[in-house]
Design a protein around this ligand. Structure first.
Ligand code: BES
Ligand code: ZN
Ligand code: MN
Length: 533
């Protein structure tokens, strides 16, 4: 997909579609679409090094790589680089960088470590660190990749695009930044590499940018209807895609009292967005369903949150953004898979029509729920999303993704998302996809004892437990809305979806789950019935 077309489409829709009463909003929305994806440098592949100007990138796994990789440089340039590497005690570990200026005709030479036998995800992350490091460089970029495999080079190029993402959507300087000049990757196997990159890498870059854009956008810009609009724009013209949107009336007909309950305290009506992508040659035994929590703002509702940091709750639709992004990556790269993204979209607000603590809701599957806390809303919207998926899609597996609990971070910190499943084979496949992509998961239990914690004296379930396992009881609750025979897993990404700035990304959304789920769906193996615990 051509970047410029992508951006232009987003812009047009923004100008046409924004709220007529809010000019400031219209302008902001249009600018956001311009300021993000457009920053990515066009990527070219060649066998020959061009003129010495702009930036030169040299990825190195070991000291001896320099000879082969930099054969096209002059002896003086190579000598200067070697001296600098020694003097800086460069250790060649993955993501280490050394920036050199004043060598030959180059404005900048960036040496980046790969480590000795790097996996695909490590090479990709080294590329991302490179892309981010060169974000402010005005000139052209050339990457010396001689001697690396086409697979590794495609990963590195993909990483560069991921690292070139900016989140300063609404800043003057970002808005006015001139389009970056091109990147040329120089490698013998350039044609092969380009095919790999064009077939998959480019789609992943665009999908992650889409996911990060909608997550980073404020809640006055992204709410259920505009989330749907942006998804429609992203999927427009992509073959094999069908989109279905349930509005309030349609959800009432389905009896989705839990999702509707969460949405009823907001001026912005809820939506259930269903995007199916069925590629040519996909298996015919039913889709993999990826369901995402899509709370476009979580104020807590009547159980209102404290004001400190409440603004970060614009990211509470990150699960929905990630499942949509994963399916976008698969669809744009024409993967031979059958997959559905469901975004359970609502804004959790406390107006006069809002649900109250103590209210009882009836979910689509007939289960009644006593609302203990209106701030435990993610499990409510996912409850109906899973029931809808089971009733209408006959899925081979269901994975829900949610920024569900603060408790998951207390258990796991910031490196691993929480994985909950009663199906060992499904958990194993998700874990494998996590390790392969570097989006790591750690499995936590859904213990039978959680059932007692989630019992209500007045209804079938309550939506918050006592002082027990906060993340686990959330998982238990969601699991009550899908039959035990269907392989199901829950990913709690509350601790990894949103991060401080680091070497590969700015502050904000990490698009956590896009790479993991893309990999998981591509590698999916049908799950035998007996694998259930
Ligand atoms: N969206 C929050 C969880 C969250 C917390 C996400 C921090 C990202 C960062 C969720 O809706 C919530 O409020 N969870 C409550 C659950 C409780 C009321 C059962 C929590 O974690 O305290
Ligand atoms: Zn929430
Ligand atoms: Mn909440």
């Amino acid at each position: 997909m051509n970047v410029n077309i992508f951006v232009a489409a987003a812009m047009t829709a923004a100008l046409v579609g924004a709220a007529p009463t809010a000019d400031a909003q219209t302008g902001a929305y249009a600018r956001a679409a311009v300021a993000t994806s457009a920053q990515q440098r066009p990527m070219r592949f060649s066998s020959d090094l061009g003129t010495a100007a702009g930036s030169l990138v040299i990825p190195l796994g070991t000291a001896s790589d320099l000879e082969m990789r930099a054969a096209a440089l002059s002896a003086e340039e190579r000598e200067a680089i070697t001296r600098a590497l020694t003097s800086a005690r460069f250790n060649y570990r993955a993501r280490q960088t050394l920036s050199l200026r004043g060598i030959g005709g180059w404005d900048r030479i960036l040496v980046v470590g790969l480590g000795e036998t790097p996996s695909a995800s490590v090479v990709q992350m080294a590329g991302a660190v490179t892309g981010r490091a060169l974000l402010e460089e005005p000139g052209a970029v050339q990457v010396l990749a001689h001697g690396l495999s086409s697979g590794d080079v495609a990963e590195f190029a993909t990483g560069m695009g991921i690292g070139e993402y900016r989140s300063d959507l609404y800043r003057d300087d970002a808005r006015d930044a001139e389009t970056l000049s091109s990147t040329t990757i120089i490698v013998e196997v350039h044609a092969e590499t380009q095919v790999l990159y064009a077939g998959r890498g480019r789609a992943l870059i665009d999908a992650m940018a889409w996911t990060r854009d909608v997550s980073n956008e404020p809640a006055n810009v992204i709410y259920p209807e505009t989330f749907v609009r942006r998804a429609r724009e992203a999927f427009a013209g992509v073959p094999g895609v069908t989109i279905q949107v349930l509005d309030v009336a349609a959800m009432r007909r389905e009896g989705m009292g839990a999702l509707l309950g969460v949405g009823q305290g907001s001026e912005r009506p809820p939506r259930l967005l269903v995007i199916r992508y069925r590629g040519r040659g996909a298996p015919a035994d039913g889709p993999i369903v990826l369901a995402g929590k899509g709370i476009t703002f979580d104020s807590g509702g009547i159980s209102i949150k404290g004001s400190a940091g409440m603004g970060d709750m614009k990211m509470d639709m990150s699960g929905a953004a990630s499942v949509t992004g994963a399916v976008l990556a698969l669809a744009r790269s024409r993967a031979a898979v059958d997959v559905v993204a469901i975004a359970a979209l609502a804004e959790n607000m406390p107006d006069g029509g809002a649900i109250r603590p103590g209210d009882v809701l009836t979910a689509m599957n007939g289960t009644t729920i006593e609302v203990i806390s209106t701030d435990a809303e993610g499990r409510l919207v996912l409850a109906d999303a899973l029931s809808w998926a089971e009733r209408h899609l006959d899925p081979v597996a269901v994975v829900d993704v949610a920024t569900l609990t603060g408790a998951v971070g207390g258990a796991l910190g910031g490196e691993y998302a929480g994985l909950f499943s009663r199906h060992d084979a499904l958990a194993a496949q998700l874990n494998a996809a996590g390790s392969a992509t570097g989006e790591l998961l750690w499995r936590l239990p859904i213990d039978d004892s959680y059932a007692a914690d989630m019992r209500s004296p007045i209804a079938d379930l309550r939506n918050q437990g006592g002082t027990g396992a906060g993340a686990g009881t959330g998982a238990y609750f969601i699991g009550e809305f899908i039959s035990r025979e269907i392989p199901w897993a829950h990913l709690d990404i509350a601790n990894v979806a949103w991060t401080a700035p680091n070497d590969w990304k700015p502050e904000g959304s990490a698009a956590f789950g896009v790479r993991l789920l893309e990999r998981f769906v591509r590698d999916f193996q049908p799950i035998e019935a007996e694998s259930e615990d």
